[in-house]
Ligand binder design. Structure first.
Ligand code: SAH
Ligand code: SF4
Ligand code: F3S
Length: 454
């Protein structure tokens, strides 16, 4: 391969975890001397970082792959890589389905990309899906945003929600050490990123696999301890974390969020269903009453906190009355945002094998009704911002209106206002809110941008 032919392209599907993995893999490729190519057709290493959370996510991957596999017949030096969750789920059978593939690698192998590619360049077709201890990465990620950075704190998931493939494809929980996390955040702070989002599929499980008990007999190295430990990292103005699990969410964590000024008043706590019998069959380990109590406690400490969640409709056996319990919970809480989905049976998960699978018609009818209620309640909640001055972190120009900028409030609400991106990108500004929609706000700049303590 000549130097001029060393161009790579990555397409990322799925969740923030995959986005973070892609940024690290891009960093590795750039270290190896590859250059980013926006157009996959100009690249000679193409990597698809895949998602299998629902069937439609998986099918999308196959249609992308099909196109590039054809191209490989004209351009044999093209290297085709499938990484991420479909790679882990399908393993070698992906090679039977798409023989043109050079490398199939599960999410736990992301940091080994250089090694694995070397094996490919040596003439091998490689499958790396065996469970491994994830090595601490020393390569610098190539971060997509210049404003907000992801930081993994725990990999994997030890829960066994009966609908979910994640534990099968992401492996067992593995926490990074507080020192490694802080070191990464210090680097991010030095590079001028004002915001960090700490990531884990079940971030409340952080530290369960690390040693340490306090003199009072409390487990050390919890997520709460971590927030206190990293809070003073210079340059970082905002800290977020996701995803929270209601089973493990503690009042101590809520208190820390209220106490620590950099931690944003935004909580992403999926409830999945508002029906106790269904929650039990999902193996979620909490009741809707417990969920309501958590939100009450958050609102006691931080009355204005933004609450978002995930919910599934049409789980096997879900009755109309059980679905209505989900609607009741949504009506009652008043979420700022919910990612809703129709249940999709996944290979290797218990619920996929159960009788009582619901028809697509029932699922899509319920999804529509839920989405309608979510939007109505979110629009109501949004009104509280009208006339207020909000702190907004400026991210980008509004792609739909070049005169406007886009940023997020501490509560993670998209906010649009007029301004100059070259002057304001990455700055915290004050915006007076003049118009509120269900999931976004419009406003006007007030005062000068704040000077960050970088
Ligand atoms: N770890 C997080 C979420 C992981 S997956 C949690 O515990 O909540 C992201 C979301 O996808 C889930 O919250 C769930 O709402 C949805 N999801 C997962 N499996 C699904 C399936 N089989 N069908 C439909 N939605 C699913
Ligand atoms: Fe999936 Fe449940 Fe783990 Fe979330 S907590 S990733 S829904 S198994
Ligand atoms: Fe998808 Fe894997 Fe994330 S299945 S949602 S990319 S953990």
């Amino acid at each position: 391969m000549t130097t001029s032919s060393r161009r790579y392209h990555i397409t990322t599907f799925g969740c923030q975890m995959n986005k973070a993995d892609s940024e690290r893999m891009a960093g590795i490729l750039e270290d190896m001397g590859f250059e980013w190519s926006e157009d996959p057709n100009d690249a000679n290493v193409i990597l698809y970082n895949t998602c299998t959370i629902r069937d439609n996510a998986e099918q999308k991957v196959y249609s992308y792959l099909g196109r590039q596999a054809k191209r490989k017949h004209q351009q044999p030096d093209l290297t085709l890589v499938v990484a991420g969750c479909v790679a882990q789920q399908e393993g070698e059978s992906l090679l039977r389905r798409v023989p043109e593939l050079d490398l199939v690698m599960g999410p736990q192998h992301a940091n080994r990309l250089q090694d694995l590619l070397q094996q490919v360049f040596d003439g091998n077709q490689v499958v790396a899906t065996e469970p491994v201890h994830i090595i601490e990465d020393i390569t610098k990620p190539r971060r997509d945003s210049k404003v907000t950075a992801w930081v993994n704190v725990i990999y994997g998931c030890n829960e066994r929600c009966t609908y979910c493939v994640v534990p099968n494809v992401r492996g067992v929980e593995q926490s990074r050490t507080p020192e490694a996390i802080r070191a990464e955040m210090e680097e991010i702070g030095r590079q001028g990123y004002p915001e960090v989002t700490l990531l884990g599929q079940n971030i409340d499980a952080y530290g369960r696999d690390l040693p340490g008990i306090t003199p009072e007999g409390r487990r050390q190295n919890t997520l709460t301890d971590l927030l206190y430990y990293v809070h003073d990292v210079a340059g970082i103005e905002r800290i977020r974390f996701a995803t929270s699990h209601p089973r493990y969410f503690t009042e101590r964590l809520i208190r820390a969020c209220a106490e620590l000024p950099k931690v944003c008043e935004h909580f992403h706590i999926p409830f999945q269903s508002g029906d106790n019998k269904l929650l039990k069959r999902m193996s979620r380990g909490y009741t809707h009453e417990k969920y309501r109590r958590i939100i009450h406690t958050i609102r006691e400490y931080m009355p204005d906190a933004a609450i978002s969640a995930d919910a599934i409709v049409g789980f096997p056996g879900e009755t109309e009355a059980q679905f209505e319990n989900t609607l009741k919970l949504v009506e009652y809480i008043g979420f700022d945002l919910i990612n809703t989905a129709a249940y999709s049976p996944r290979p290797g998960t218990p619920a996929a094998l159960w009788d009582e699978q619901l028809s697509d018609e029932v699922k899509s009818d319920r999804l529509q009704r839920l989405n309608h209620l979510v939007a109505t309640r979110a629009a109501e909640r949004s009104q509280r911002y009208l006339g207020r001055v909000e702190e907004v972190l400026v991210e980008e120009q509004n792609t739909k209106n070049q005169a406007q900028l886009m940023g997020r409030t501490r509560g993670n609400r998209l906010t649009f206002f007029e301004g100059d991106i070259s002057e304001l990108k990455g700055k915290l500004v004050k915006v007076k809110i003049t118009d509120c929609r269900a999931f976004s706000l419009t406003g006007e700049l007030v005062g000068a941008p704040q000077v960050l303590s970088v």
